[in-house]
Design a protein around this ligand. Structure first.
Ligand code: NAD
Length: 372
C-alpha cells in the first residue's frame, strides 16, 4: 500500500491543513495509507485524535523521507525538498512563477512536483481548482474584515432615531473573489458597485443586484483560460480617471484584480485614496503580487493621513481555516481520485490536468516558463 503524507505547514502563519479527517478516510478507502504529521490540523480545528478516528496514522515530521505522495498547502523550503524520497509525488500551491529555484530543487531531487496554481481552468478540473475555492472564501472574508474595520454599519436602517443610509461598496475585479465579495456585501445590506475589464461579467454583476460601472478603456480581452489580459499604461490611466468619482464616494473598496503569473495592475493611485472620506476602508487582495492600490503593504494595515485604512492581507482565506481546509482538502482528494481510476494513482501525462500541473518530473523542469 502506498503512503500519503500530510505535512505540517512550514510557514507559521499558515492556519490551513491540506487534508481534513473525512478526506483522510476517503483516501484510505481508495487504497492509501494516510499518515499525518502530529498537530498538522490543530490550527484548522482538527486534532490528532480526529485523524486517528478517521483511520490515519499520526507520525513525526521525519516521515517525509519515506512517503510516496506528499501533500501540503504551501510550498516547502528547498532544504526540505532535499529530504524527500527520490521518485515521490508532491502536491501543493507552489507559486511557481516566483519560485524557479524551488522548482529546480524538485527536479534535482528527482521529485514529481505538481502545482495547484497550474491546473487548467476547465470544467472537468473545477473540482480541483484551489485558486477558485480559496478566492471564493477570500472574497467573503475581505468584506467581513472591512465591516469590522468600519466605524459604521452597512445596511440602511429606518428607526425612530433617524434613518441610516446604506454604505457604498466598490468591488474592482469581478472574478471568483469579486463575485463573492459582491454577494457578501449585498447580504449585509450595502449598496454595491463593481467594475472589471472583462465586459462579460456585467451580467453576473447585475444578477447579484449590484451596479456595473462602465468605463471605456478601449479593447480589453481575456486569455483562453479566462484570465484578463494586461491593460496598457494608457488604458490603466483611463480606468483610474473613470473610477475616481466612484472611489471618492465609496465607504469600502475591495480590489481583487490579479494577472495570472504577473505583477498586479496598479488601479487605485495615492491621489484617488486621498480623495476618499476619512474612515473609509480599502482591502487590496492583490497586495501579495504588487498591489492594486498605491500605498498598500503585504500583510500590513496602513492608515493614510486622510484616515483611510488599507488592509493588505495576502491570505484572507486563512482567517476561516476550517472551511478553507475543507475546500482545499476536497480539491486534493479530487486530484488524487481523478488519477486513480482503478484505485492505483497513475501519472498520466496524456491528461491535460497532469500535464499542466506538473512542473518537475524525472529530474527535469517540465514547463519552460520555470526554467531559470
Ligand atoms: P483573477 O484572480 O486572476 O482576477 C480577478 C479579476 O480581476 C478578474 O475578473 C479580472 O478580469 C479582473 N481584472 C484584471 N485586471 C483588471 C483591471 N485592470 N481592472 C479591473 N479588473 C481587472 O481571476 P479569477 O477570479 O481567478 O477568475 C478569472 C476568470 O477565470 C473568470 O472568468 C472566472 O470565471 C474564470 N474561471 C474559470 C474557471 C473554470 O472554468 N474552471 C475556474 C475559475 C475561474
Amino acid at each position: 500500500m502506498k503512503t500519503l503524507f500530510v505535512c505540517s505547514e512550514s510557514d507559521v502563519r499558515e492556519t490551513r491543513v491540506a487534508v481534513i479527517p473525512s478526506d483522510a478516510q476517503k483516501l484510505s478507502k481508495i487504497g492509501w495509507a494516510v499518515k499525518i504529521e502530529s498537530g498538522a490540523g490543530v490550527k484548522a480545528g482538527f486534532s490528532d485524535e480526529d485523524y486517528k478516528n478517521a483511520g490515519a496514522e499520526i507520525v513525526g515530521a521525519d516521515f517525509v523521507k519515506e512517503a510516496d505522495f506528499i501533500v501540503a498547502v504551501r510550498k516547502p523550503s528547498e532544504e526540505k525538498v532535499k529530504t524527500f524520497k527520490r521518485g515521490a509525488f508532491y502536491l501543493s500551491l507552489l507559486d511557481p512563477f516566483n519560485e524557479k529555484s524551488l522548482i529546480k530543487a524538485f527536479a534535482d531531487a528527482g521529485i514529481t512536483a505538481a502545482s495547484f496554481e497550474m491546473i487548467p481552468r476547465s470544467t472537468i478540473a473545477q473540482k480541483m481548482d484551489v485558486l477558485s475555492s480559496q478566492a471564493n472564501l477570500a472574497g467573503y472574508v475581505g468584506v467581513l474584515k472591512s465591516a469590522n474595520t468600519l466605524k459604521k454599519i452597512l445596511p440602511m436602517m429606518m428607526t425612530p432615531a433617524g434613518t441610516i443610509s446604506p454604505l457604498k461598496f466598490f468591488i474592482v475585479g469581478v472574478g471568483v473573489a469579486g463575485l463573492q465579495a459582491i454577494a457578501t456585501a449585498k447580504r449585509l445590506g450595502a449598496r454595491v458597485e463593481a467594475y472589471d475589464t472583462r465586459p462579460v461579467v456585467e451580467e453576473q454583476v447585475k444578477s447579484l443586484g449590484a451596479k456595473f460601472v462602465k468605463i471605456d478603456v478601449g479593447e480589453t480581452g481575456q486569455t483562453e483560460q479566462g484570465y484578463a489580459k494586461a491593460l496598457t499604461e494608457e488604458q490603466l490611466e483611463l480606468q483610474r480617471k473613470g473610477m475616481a468619482k466612484v472611489c471618492a464616494q465609496s465607504d469600502v473598496i475591495i480590489t481583487t484584480a490579479k494577472l495570472f503569473g504577473r505583477k498586479a495592475p496598479r488601479i487605485i493611485s495615492a491621489e484617488m485614496v486621498s480623495g476618499m472620506k476619512s474612515g473609509s476602508v480599502i482591502v487590496d487582495m492583490a497586495a501579495g503580487s504588487g498591489g492594486n492600490v498605491e500605498g498598500s503593504k503585504p500583510d500590513e494595515i496602513v492608515i493614510t493621513p486622510n484616515g483611510v485604512t488599507i488592509i493588505g492581507d495576502t491570505c484572507l482565506e486563512a482567517s476561516v481555516p476550517a472551511t478553507a481546509s475543507q475546500m482545499y482538502s476536497a480539491n486534493v482528494y479530487n486530484y488524487i481520485a481523478h488519477f486513480s481510476p482503478e484505485g492505483e494513482f497513475v501519472q498520466n501525462f496524456d491528461d491535460q490536468i497532469m500535464k499542466m500541473s506538473v512542473v518537475a518530473h524525472n529530474g527535469e523542469i517540465t514547463d519552460d516558463r520555470f526554467k531559470q
